[in-house]
Design a protein around this ligand. Structure first.
Ligand SMILES: Nc1nc2c(ncn2[C@@H]2O[C@H](COP(=O)(O)OP(=O)(O)OP(=O)(O)O)[C@@H](O)[C@H]2O)c(=O)[nH]1
Ligand SMILES: [Mg+2]
Length: 574
């Protein structure tokens, strides 16, 4: 039998922007106060029955003519200091929908960006709660209805709030999202609704829940259909040692049913873990209650023997009849995330399956090749794997939330607890490496140069000839082959002196004495004659690729040289 399960709604955003406080208001609890330092440490789940949503937003839901059939909403609270990467399931985000909480007085912060990036990557629909509107100086709540209330504020406050909202709209637009205040949204499938709220007092929460449940009802119905009696499928949020229970798993069941005594398969790094459920608990008003059976979507705590090696973020499935088939399926899924190949690329490490998937997903989008992606700290083996890469730009290890156990002098190791920072740092490093490599390449090339032999500056006729020249354009380096303006090859510049000092190069505008072997002044060359660097065709092709390092006058000379060359060889350098 099919039924519609509760949508899974994840609450994300920067630390202290008010995620837990908002949920506290909705579930009428006071979790924020009991948290150490007011900071959420782990992902937690709460089911809010539809009756509660109706109690809070009923009038608005009726006005908007939303035909609510959802059984409720399953909210996941996440800690702002760590990404919510573990909320994964095969092919996407465990969450069906998300609330991105942004403290409107602070705006978009690093974890806000991180959240947006992950929502974007997994194509998770979301709404924005522009929180803490009560903090605008002079703000006085005048009306329970949010829009009426916003309208009753003084012009100054209205202006201030609008200003902040437009800043948000601008930021979201830079990130590729078209956002608007919820009452100005014309198309919920292409626009992100922003709802100004004060989670602390609950102001705007009815509007927030109305938009959220309306969206879920309208656009997610298909994906919320579940075969109630089907085998349970879940994601592991956390693995914890519990007094009296032993190792217990916090899971979110997103499909089917799970019961005590069910046989379950959990993804493992090397092989799947098989266990039998001993007991199951469901949170009710902050207390754990034992349950015998539960259906999606719901958050549960389960205990079983043999769980100590379980890693958070791993998939879990009930497998009462078809154990081997499910084991294979689950390991195949893990294999899609853990990449271990011999091909070229960089090494990627992360602390969990979810963060690894998020990181490799973003890297692939950037077209970055990955040789190996595994879970855990950076080990000697990782160092040697990265070291064995031939391509210098692949001698890199990227780590999310991982420790570096050993360092290495010739490897670039970038670790961070914000994924997009890893990617940004890596891109910046790669750019500067490419620049260094190109500049090194440039050092070995014959550079464009045009010079004139100065009259009255023939210091020695031959063996070698020594003459004074003026560098009209470009750069003259020692060992530069030279030619006349008709393309006749003459010789090369063996050494350069400026004001009596030996130098390796002379720039545009400089006068220098140069020595030229194998020629005689008066025969091949003479006073006032123009000479060019005789650039080999191969160097010319490379110079064209490295054009950005040449100045306009060097580029001009490069063109003149090509024209001279093409008089003799029409296809030279083409
Ligand atoms: N004035 C005001 N303060 C708020 C509001 N919402 C939250 N706060 C305060 O902001 C602080 C942080 O709130 P939390 O709910 O713990 O923030 P959080 O996003 O859950 O933080 P982490 O779990 O650490 O990521 C607390 O002191 C709240 O009382 C609001 O609407 N107005
Ligand atoms: Mg919190």
């Amino acid at each position: 039998m099919n039924k519609i399960r509760a949508p899974i709604c994840v609450v994300v955003g920067h630390v202290d922007h008010g995620k837990t406080t908002l949920l506290d208001f909705i579930r009428k609890t006071n979790i924020t106060k009991s948290e150490a330092g007011g900071i959420t440490q782990a992902i937690s789940s709460t089911t809010i029955p539809i009756q509660t949503i109706r109690k809070i937003s009923g009038k608005l839901i009726d006005q908007a003519k939303i035909d609510l059939k959802l059984p409720g909403l399953l909210f996941l609270d996440t800690p702002g200091h760590a990404a919510f990467n573990n909320l994964r399931k095969r092919g996407g985000n465990l969450a069906d929908i998300a609330i991105l909480v942004i403290d409107i007085t602070e705006g978009v912060m690093p974890q806000t960006l991180e959240s947006i990036n992950i929502l974007k990557q997994y194509k998770t629909p979301f709404i924005v709660a522009a929180n803490k509107i009560d903090k605008f100086p002079g703000y006085l709540k005048q009306d329970e209805n949010l829009l009426n209330d916003l309208n009753s504020q003084t012009e100054r406050i209205k202006y201030d709030i609008d200003q902040r909202l437009y800043e948000l709209v601008g930021k979201l637009s830079e990130l590729g999202f078209n956002a608007e205040r919820f009452d100005r949204v014309s198309d919920y499938t292409s626009q992100i609704a922003i709802i100004p709220i004060a989670g602390l007092t609950g102001h705007g929460v009815p509007e927030l829940l109305m938009v959220l449940s309306g969206l879920a009802q309208k656009y997610l119905e298909q994906q919320l259909k579940t075969e109630v009696s089907g085998p349970g499928k879940a994601t592991i949020l956390e693995v914890k040692e519990e007094k009296g229970i032993g190792t217990a798993l916090d899971i979110v069941l997103y499909d089917g049913t799970i019961s005590v005594n069910d046989q379950i398969v959990i993804g493992g790094i090397d092989e799947p873990i098989v266990a039998k459920i001993r007991s199951m608990f469901q949170a009710n008003k902050g207390k754990l209650e034992p349950v015998k059976q539960a259906s999606a979507a719901i958050g549960l705590k389960i205990s079983a023997p043999n769980l100590k090696d379980v890693i958070s973020g791993m998939p879990l499935q009930v497998a009462n009849n078809n154990l081997e088939e499910i084991k294979e399926q689950i390991q195949e899924e893990i294999g899609e995330v853990l990449i271990e190949t011999d091909k070229d690329g960089i090494v990627v490490k992360a602390d969990s399956l979810g963060s690894l998937e998020a990181l490799t997903g973003l890297l692939k989008e950037e077209g970055i090749k990955i040789k190996k992606a595994t879970i855990g700290n950076i080990t000697k083996k990782d160092l040697s794997d990265a070291e064995s890469e031939i391509e210098p730009l692949n001698k890199v290890i990227l780590g999310f939330n991982t420790k570096v156990i050993d360092t290495h002098p010739t490897l670039k190791i970038i670790t961070h607890n914000i994924i997009y920072r890893i990617i940004d740092d890596y891109k910046a490093w790669k750019e500067s490496e490419i620049k260094k490599l190109e500049q090194n390449q440039l050092k070995d090339l014959v550079r464009p140069c045009k010079m004139q032999i100065l009259s009255g500056c023939i210091f020695r006729q031959s063996n070698p000839a020594i003459v004074g020249v003026n560098i009209m354009n470009g750069l003259l380096k020692t060992n530069t082959p030279i030619m006349k303006d008709n393309g006749d090859n003459t010789s090369e510049i063996k050494s350069i002196q400026i004001e009596g000092e030996n130098v390796s190069q002379a720039e545009q505008g400089k006068d220098a004495a140069v020595s030229i072997p194998h020629i005689t002044v008066g025969r091949q060359i003479d006073e006032n004659m123009i000479l060019y660097s005789n650039i080999p065709e191969e160097d010319f092709t490379k110079l064209k690729k490295l054009k950005k390092y040449l100045n306009p006058s060097e580029l001009q000379i490069l063109k003149e040289i090509a024209l001279i060359k093409r008089k003799k060889e029409p296809l030279w350098g083409i």
